[in-house]
Ligand binder design. Structure first.
Ligand SMILES: Cc1ncc(COP(=O)(O)O)c(C=O)c1O
Length: 354
């Protein structure tokens, strides 16, 4: 730390992303990426755009917005793009939270929310999950502040139904509810259909997971034109050219190639159910996931030991050292072959231990 850093930032603990190894070839099941490459159409459009990189990109993302509007069936004035959904999450903290409007978060959720709260000096109200890790909407509805709800929830994969989101949003029209649908493509219900009806609902999505575009960095916010223009103000004050040319082009291809996306998501969902079944057969407790990952507890075996042993066997999964997650590992769902490697190594490690 230098002596020039603002004192208020000296205690900041930044978000810790999952490991991105550069050296050894890992079976990489730790950051919820897609195991499949981006659509061939997206790649072709990105290559074409590379020839124009001497020119600034379109700050309004006009063509990309048109494609998203067609695919999502929402008006262009209800859509905003960000450099990964993390960027729009950060803008939402700046736009919609302050000392009097805390961020309302579930006890277990995407860790970046609390990093943003710390960065922007936003107080956090934490609402517990039930014992079975499901989200109880009632305490969320009872809390004052801006709700950030990942659905399906990050780390658990458990989704809540659209009617519960409707109850939450309609319980107080003066409270903003932000539903982060990063993992919605893998089988969870979406609350997108409620955005026309409820101006206090903002949906955030990403092309990182279901559209195989984590490296391109493209997030989407969908909601009332008023909310979108609030976020636009922050975007244009910070980085008006936030989506580079190649990502805008690739985004069009990825969004329009709906069949490729649908087929990949279906494969991931089927590999998820296969992996869950095999893990349960090995004695694991596995939460019912609607996302592209599983949260699984090896019962009596030590989850951190399993994580470290898998790592030394060349398989990367995620372990969180927090009270309710200590006994669990989070496993991203990859190809069937990757899942078989993970399952075989897991069986071997646990077999050797017992
Ligand atoms: C719930 C949730 N929201 C948002 C993100 C951020 O995605 P990105 O910034 O890649 O769009 C993640 C990443 O893992 C996530 O788990």
């Amino acid at each position: 730390m230098s002596r020039f850093l603002r004192p208020g930032l000296s205690g900041l603990t930044p978000y810790t992303p999952g490991e991105q190894p550069r050296d050894i070839e890992f079976v990489k099941l730790n950051t919820n990426e897609s195991p499949f490459p981006p659509s061939a159409y997206a790649q072709r459009l990105a290559r074409q755009a590379a020839g124009d990189l001497n020119l600034y990109c379109d700050p309004e993302c006009t063509a990309l917005k048109q494609a998203a509007s067609e695919v999502l069936g929402v008006g262009k004035d209800r859509i905003l793009f960000s450099n990964g959904s993390d960027e729009v999450i950060a803008w939402a903290f700046q736009a919609f939270c302050d000392a009097d409007t805390p961020a309302v978060l579930t006890e277990i959720t995407y860790g970046f929310y609390s990093s943003c709260a710390a960065l922007y000096n936003v107080p956090v109200v934490t609402v517990p999950l039930r014992d079975d890790f499901t989200v109880d909407i009632r305490p969320l509805a009872g809390a004052r502040g801006t709700v950030f709800l990942a659905n399906p929830n990050a780390q658990t994969g458990i989704a809540v139904g659209t009617e519960l989101i409707r109850n939450l949003v309609s319980s107080d029209p003066d409270r903003l509810v932000i539903v982060d649908e990063a993992y919605v493509g893998f089988g969870a219900p979406s609350a997108l259909c409620l955005t026309e009806e409820y101006p206090n609902l903002l949906i955030i999505r990403t092309l990182s997971k279901s559209h195989s575009m984590a490296g391109a960095r493209l997030g989407i916010a969908i909601g009332d034109p008023g909310l979108i223009s609030d976020l636009e103000k922050i975007r244009c004050s910070f980085n008006p050219y936030n989506i580079n040319r190649m990502t805008q082009a690739a985004g069009i291809g990825a969004l329009l190639d709906t069949e490729y996306c649908r087929a990949n998501c279906a494969t991931v969902a089927s590999n998820r159910e296969y992996t869950a079944k095999e893990l349960r057969r090995m004695g694991f407790r596995v939460l019912p996931s609607s996302a592209n990952f599983l949260l699984a507890s090896p019962g009596k075996a030590d989850a951190e030991y399993l994580y470290r042993s898998l790592r030394s066997e060349g398989v990367l999964v995620r372990h969180f050292d927090s009270p309710r997650l200590r006994d669990w590992i989070r496993v991203t769902i990859g190809t069937r072959e990757q899942m078989d490697t993970f399952l075989t190594k897991t069986g071997k490690i646990l077999g050797e231990k017992s």
